[in-house]
Design a binder for this molecule. Sequence first.
Ligand SMILES: [Zn+2]
Length: 339
Amino acid sequence: MENPIFTFATPTIISGDRQNVDVIAHELSHSWSGNLVGCASWEHFWLNEGWTTYLERRIGAAIHGAPQFDFSAIIGWKSLEDSVALFGADHEFTKLIINHKGVDPEDAFSSIPYEKGFHFLYYLDRLVGREHFDKFIPHYFKTWARKSLDSFQFKQTFLDFFEGYGNDEIKEKIAQIPWEERFYSPGLPPKPEFNTAYVDSCLALAEKWKQADYHPSSADVESFTANQILVFLQAVQNFTPPLDAGRSHLLGTAYNISSSKNVELKAAYYLIALAAEDKSQLPGIVDLLSSVGRMKYVRPLYRKLNELDRDLAVKTFQENKDFYPSTTKGQLAKDLGLN
Ligand SMILES: [Zn+2]
């Protein structure tokens, strides 16, 4: 998490495999989007997190090559779909600008301001063209440095900049932006065409796992980055019906995920194990829930654990609740119906 001058980093970003640099890029970006320029209220939270997610992906592309931008955006799209499914596609909290009247900001918190905010900026980026959008970025941060703004001020800043930019083609394009729709439509935004270069191999492997007789080997994932393994695992999470317990167990051992130190991968794998009702993974799951307090991991795990073994979910929560950050603790108590 970002604070002025300081970044507080969760220990889970030290994953032992030099992965997870995207989190570091994210927190550093907050020095600009969030701290130098902040949202005026939580209703416009996307200005903090959408911008930061956008900048994080631009940094990722600068380090790992252009396909990394889309690769990361595809992972983000999945978490956006999950949040929309969880709230319901018509829900207020799935809008870019959320009405917070009488709402606990913690209840409204989800990946939506991050990912829907990212998609709005990415849409503007593609609309005007990268070369031109890159001139708007520093203008925006200079204009609003040491100030806070809302979505309407953002809109005005964007329009003012490109109306005075001296490019008629762009001027025409920005006149077509459906601001109201983008700000207030619930559910998923229009899905862009992603460059799937890095993702195709992950999905091809997931396809193989749909065959009940597929024999995996560690070579399957040898060339994968941790994020590619994550995409593979997320594809398997979507299987209906889910893998059975034996196949799920085989997946964890064949690819050394059950023994990995990377919490991101383990948490994704445990969701598969819980859906598969593979009880042999319960001790590992309880271990993770007792050593990591990061909402991103523990919340979905508790939800699934609660479905499979409510007593264990409640017991694990009771034993660890004081170790969790207060936001996480409150959210989990609600999810488990303990309030
Ligand atoms: Zn952030």
